[in-house]
Design a protein around this ligand. Structure first.
Ligand SMILES: NC(=O)c1ccc[n+]([C@@H]2O[C@H](COP(=O)([O-])OP(=O)(O)OC[C@H]3O[C@@H](n4cnc5c(N)ncnc54)[C@H](O)[C@@H]3O)[C@@H](O)[C@H]2O)c1
Ligand SMILES: [Zn+2]
Length: 337
């Protein structure tokens, strides 16, 4: 299956095919010079499979984990690109999850003012969401994605077969981001979560196509693209405040969504889906602590905050709220009918 992302200045394909990685020559030129950027937790079988089909590819591996989406890793990778004498005719391939995609994409965006970038996402989160849209970045201190660019890839190649090695908890966490996409935009995508076993290929195809649509409408996140933050305001606060309980990002987004689903029947339906995915229940929290984190996160830019709310499955509304409103929502809790 091939989708096409059509933007003002560029256009690129998204391929979604089982075993695409095994037949990479069908998607990219095997004779070009490539740097394959990956992390040390991406199974070797995928790295070797890719490298062995390319005539002139070197592998640059960094230590896995969000803490390594850093300036230090950026420098390390960049040094290897420079010492490998890469030119503007060559290309960088990201092979891994969102951390690899964001970091390798930022290296590609900035090396010689931009060289070709190909993204091969291998986690469910990156296959349903982060690989499309051109947001590339690294973190600085406690600020996530604070240094980055909009830099579109030349192609995104999604091979759901790579998920065969991904731990179940990672699958569930990524599945929540696609469920989010369904809740705000597409009721049929939500329906897919009520079939067992989950049809991941169908979930990926629908979710990434919705991401494509949103990105086409709002490439630089000036308006509409903000709806993708559904579940993230409170979710991110839980993720950060409870960093001693290492919840996964998607788990926190799942918790965060419950606060902004207004129809009790829909909320019960989504709670059931989240339970099936083994997403933990929202922990006991102190509303004041979460609210102070949310204020800090928004860097005190204004007294109000835009929230994304779902009243009906497949559609959403942006509502401006005060911090006091959010605090009331937190006081009421996520399970209130
Ligand atoms: N650019 C965007 O638009 C965007 C959107 C959402 C999230 N993100 C970013 O994505 C990142 C999170 O991405 P993630 O959830 O993919 O995490 P991740 O990249 O850290 O991957 C999770 C773990 O899975 C391992 N892994 C990757 N593929 C595997 C496979 N096939 N089998 C087994 N293990 C595998 C990785 O090595 C890593 O240890 C965050 O940094 C976030 O900011 C970016
Ligand atoms: Zn997210």
């Amino acid at each position: 299956m091939k989708l096409e992302v059509k933007l003002k200045d560029c256009c690129y394909p998204i391929y979604i095919e089982r075993n695409a990685l095994k037949h990479i020559k069908d998607y990219i030129d095997p004779d070009r010079k490539y740097a394959i950027v990956t992390d040390d937790n991406v199974p070797k079988q995928w790295v070797d499979l890719l490298k062995n089909q390319l005539r002139n590819a070197s592998v640059i591996t960094f230590e896995h984990g969000e803490k390594n989406k850093s300036l230090a890793t950026y420098e390390e990778v960049m040094e290897q690109i420079i010492s490998g004498h890469f030119s503007r005719k060559d290309a960088i391939i990201a092979l891994g999850g969102g951390v690899v995609g964001d970091l390798a994409g930022f290296v590609a965006a900035t090396y010689m003012r931009g060289i070709d970038f190909i993204n091969i996402p291998t986690t469910l989160l990156s296959q349903v969401d982060s690989s499309v849209g051109g947001k590339v970045a690294i973190d600085m201190g406690s600020y996530k994605n604070i240094v980055g660019a909009f830099y579109q890839p030349r192609a995104v190649i999604i091979d759901p077969e790579t998920l065969s090695t991904l731990p179940k908890r990672q699958i569930s966490s990524g599945a929540v981001e696609a469920l989010k996409m369904g809740l705000i935009l597409d009721d049929k995508l939500v329906d897919l979560y009520e079939q067992q076993p989950l049809d991941l290929d169908a979930i990926i195809a629908r979710s990434i196509d919705l991401k494509r649509m949103i990105v086409e409408q709002d490439e630089k996140e000036l308006g509409q693209r903000a709806i993708l933050n559904f579940g993230h305001t409170i979710g991110h606060a839980i993720e950060s405040v409870y960093h001693h309980i290492p919840y996964y990002h998607g788990e926190c987004v799942g918790m965060g969504m419950l606060f902004f689903i207004n129809d009790p029947d829909l909320k019960a339906r989504i709670r059931h889906i989240l339970e099936q995915l083994d997403i933990p229940a929202v922990p006991l929290y102190d509303p004041k602590e979460l609210i102070s984190f949310i204020k800090h996160d928004k860097k005190g830019q204004s007294d109000t905050i835009k929230t994304i709310q779902v009243d009906q499955v497949g559609s959403c509304t942006i509502r401006t709220m005060t911090y006091e409103d959010i605090e009331n929502i937190l006081e009421r809790g996520p399970y209130e009918k």
